[in-house]
Design a protein around this ligand. Structure first.
Ligand code: ADP
Ligand code: ZN
Ligand code: ZN
Length: 747
């Protein structure tokens, strides 16, 4: 057995700039056999005890007085060497502390690991060396009796079996189990059930489809690419073209080869539909990770992945860190989705992380979308990725027909309803035929703002520079940023006038108007308000799927991924909202949203229709979206990007300053900007500092500065130098926060 050096390199759980480095600790003899790269340990740090991750070993410590590791908190490593390397890459790329990147890779971060392991009462048994990658050194000693053999065989088939069940099934005794434990062949953990959040619900069965000819050809191209060049692939397939089936076939291939797969989906599409497709096709080998899981459920899944019991991981953004030791494939569905970017530290984009992870683990990467992000499409055309397309819907079903309705004309002709006459007529028609309709509006609430007719004051949150939205049939006003909420005032707080009026429309009001139009119809609403309770979204989903809902009203959570074959009408209440955001990506997002929501119509045997209501019927983005014409849209957008030097032609780093005192904030931002400017290379320019688009949130003012650059690698270093120099001079002051976002999306 190779002798391990006595000193471990440890990153401790403390996200402070000055502490973000590697410390050396002595490995006590009693732990020498168990500590590996990726082990979670407790170490003395100053006067504290902190969790830490072992990231390597050294023969000679860098200081003479080296302290000893106190404890090992988990019996086997949860992070591979590849994931630790990935964390280092993230720290460099996104300018975050290494420990923050490592924390993002563990369920609940480091802090929760020790307590999560103790005090549970059911016992579960595992083979120490399952098929997964947790290599353990050393051979078992002593004879293995036949009862013990039976236990080993049983656990091979039923990893994580409850001990009582395993003993009953094999007829073995506790003492046989005990000798296996002593030989180090079996491990027992004590805890609640290996919780399967979907265990209770009977999920609909998903059949395997006979592939269409187009799917067969695409699959062949994908496999050839992976075998020959292993370039990342962009699968550009229209909505309803059967991309999921392609993913499934690739995953099945990986399983045959003994490799693991990670399927990334936007949080919003982790519907029972998607879960049931994966579960019923791939069975026990799938773990589903999403934000609704309890800490225990998440930890269970993580452990099973690391042990190699789970071979397919389906999850949102952070599933990109799933500890698959034999990773063969990462699939990123709806590649263009914004939710792949995390907006707190570490501010990573799962696409970039997946690209790097696949490079490190020599795995394949597949991105799928009907509306790829402009950057990804550009790189695919440039050859950095391989572009493969699915042009047709399954069975060549037609794309929905889209009618654009000019709402100015409606108003002129006396229709003040939020529904155009065409939409009203179509809604009635659908209802009478027993078909389903879907109404989309990307704003929750009843009205979207309240103002005084006398003095023009718009009611705003007391803590944010944001107008308040009315909810509950106009009884309360609340802030969508901080949750601040007040009853609707009877008089204007500014001038005392009684002329308080409500403006704008949210989903709550749309649902109410549908009930007026179709009093008999069963109406459901899916938005942040109706789905806050656990399980609520699933109920709505099953209601629509089973035909118990006639009209579904919702925000973007109904725009994407849903496959409801009975929906034949989609109404977009206002296509304008997304178009006019003061952001570089506003057009891209509007195009994606409208294309995606239109794609919900006509997915079954009946053809679909879409009614798009707008005050800008000539807008080119809208027209392209209505025709589902990605290529025209892309050509317009890429030219705009080229001219302005925005991604993919350059990168952006945003530095956001926030603080409670505007004067101090402004001063510090200006001084820090000067420090950075002095260090900055010539391929970069600073925009700002200037007030951020949301100037005040939760009582903190916000000022931002952008660095636009054609040399991101260099600029990162320049920025770090500038910030360090400023810090050396005492900037920012203590009460001011500086947040660095490399390649922000919401701009
Ligand atoms: P996309 O993700 O491309 O929008 P989906 O994968 O959801 O499309 O597929 C659309 C629908 O077509 C689904 O209901 C799916 O079950 C069905 N489907 C996919 N492939 C086939 C096939 N080869 N034969 C029949 N139906 C299929
Ligand atoms: Zn007033
Ligand atoms: Zn607020």
């Amino acid at each position: 057995m190779p002798v391990k050096p006595q000193f471990a390199e440890v990153i401790v759980n403390k996200a402070v700039q000055a502490v973000d480095r590697i410390f050396h600790y002595q490995i006590p003899d009693r732990l020498a056999a168990q500590i590996e790269v990726g082990s979670i340990v407790i170490v003395p740090f100053g006067r504290q005890k902190l969790e830490g991750i072992v990231v390597g070993f050294v023969a000679e410590p860098e200081v003479a007085q080296v302290k000893e590791i106190d404890e090992l908190v988990f019996p086997f490593p949860l992070l591979s060497k590849a994931l630790i390397d990935l964390a280092y890459w993230m720290a460099d790329y996104y300018l975050c502390p290494k420990v923050s990147a490592l924390q993002a890779m563990l369920p609940g971060g480091l802090k929760l690991l020790p307590t999560g392991l103790k005090g549970k009462n059911t016992e579960y048994a595992f083979l120490v060396q399952p098929s997964g990658g947790l290599g353990q050194e050393g051979k078992p000693s002593g004879r293995i009796g036949s009862k013990q053999q039976q236990i080993l065989a049983y656990l091979g088939e039923h990893p994580g079996s409850p001990v009582t069940q395993m003993l009953a099934a094999t007829g073995a005794s506790r003492s046989s189990l005990k000798s296996l434990l002593e030989k180090g062949l079996v491990e027992v953990t004590r805890e609640e059930v290996y919780r399967d959040p979907y265990g209770q619900r009977k999920l609909p069965k998903a059949d395997q489809h006979q592939l269409t000819e187009e799917q067969i050809n695409v699959l062949k191209s994908i496999e050839t690419e992976y075998a020959l060049n292993n370039r990342p692939i962009l699968l550009h397939g229209v909505t309803g073209s059967g991309k999921t089936e392609i993913y499934l076939r690739l995953i099945e291939r990986m399983l045959t080869d003994g490799k693991e797969s990670i399927i990334l989906v936007p949080e919003i599409s982790l519907t029972p539909q998607l879960v049931s497709v994966f579960k019923s096709r791939l069975g026990e080998k799938v773990a589903v990770l999403h934000s609704g899981l309890s800490w225990g459920e998440r930890r269970d899944a993580w452990v099973n992945i690391a042990r190699g019991v789970v071979k397919v991981v389906v999850g949102a953004r952070s599933a990109v860190f799933a500890p698959c030791f034999h990773l063969g494939l990462i699939v990123m569905d709806e590649e263009h989705e914004q939710s792949y970017k995390q907006d707190n530290v570490p501010r990573f984009h799962a696409r970039e992380v997946a690209l790097e992870r696949c490079r490190l683990q020599k795995a394949s990467f597949l991105m799928g979308s009907a509306t790829p992000s402009v950057e990804t499409y550009y790189w695919a055309l440039e050859g950095r990725y391989r572009l493969i397309t699915l042009k047709y819907r399954i069975y060549q079903r037609p794309m929905p027909t889209v009618k654009i309705v000019d709402m100015r004309q409606e108003l002129k002709e006396g229709n003040r309803s939020i529904f155009s006459r065409l939409l009203q007529e179509k809604l009635r028609e659908r209802f009478s035929r027993g078909e389903q309709s879907l109404l989309f509006l990307n704003r929750r609430g009843y009205h979207t703002f309240v103002s005084c007719r006398t003095c023009g004051t718009v009611l705003k949150c007391a803590h944010c520079n944001i107008s308040l939205t009315s909810h509950g049939g106009n009884r309360r006003l609340s802030c969508h940023y901080c949750g601040y909420s007040i009853p609707v005032p009877k008089t204007c707080p500014q001038c005392g006038s009684l002329a308080i009026r409500h403006f704008g429309t949210g989903t709550e009001r749309v649902a109410e108007e549908v009930k007026k139009l179709l009093p008999e119809a069963r109406v459901a609403r899916a938005d942040g308000d109706t789905t806050a309770r656990k399980g609520a979204y699933d109920e709505i989903y099953f209601g629509v799927k089973s035909g118990a809902v006639d009209v579904l009203v919702g925000t973007q959570m109904i725009a994407k991924g849903l496959d409801f074959p009975l929906v034949t009408l989609v109404g977009v209440i206002s296509a304008d909202m997304a178009l006019h955001l003061p952001e570089m990506r506003a057009g891209e997002r509007a195009f994606q949203l409208i294309t995606q929501v239109s794609g919900r119509a006509g997915r079954g045997a009946l053809p679909g229709e879409v009614v798009l209501q707008t005050y800008n019927p000539e807008d080119p983005t809208l027209l392209a979206a209505a025709r589902q014409d990605y290529s025209t849209y892309y050509q317009g957008e890429i030219e705009r990007r080229r001219i302005s030097g925005y991604p993919p032609f350059g990168s952006v780093i945003r530095i956001l300053f926030s603080g409670e005192d505007y004067g101090h904030l402004q001063r510090d931002a200006l001084i820090i900007a000067r420090f950075v400017q002095a260090e900055l290379n010539e391929e970069s320019e600073i925009l700002g500092p200037a007030p951020a688009p949301l100037e005040k949130i939760k009582d903190r003012f916000r000022i931002q500065m952008m660095i636009k650059t054609r040399n991101l690698a260099e600029t990162r270093l320049d920025l770090v130098r500038g910030l360090d120099l400023a810090r050396g001079e005492g900037y920012p002051h203590k009460n001011i926060l500086v947040a660095v976002d490399v390649e922000p999306l919401n701009m």
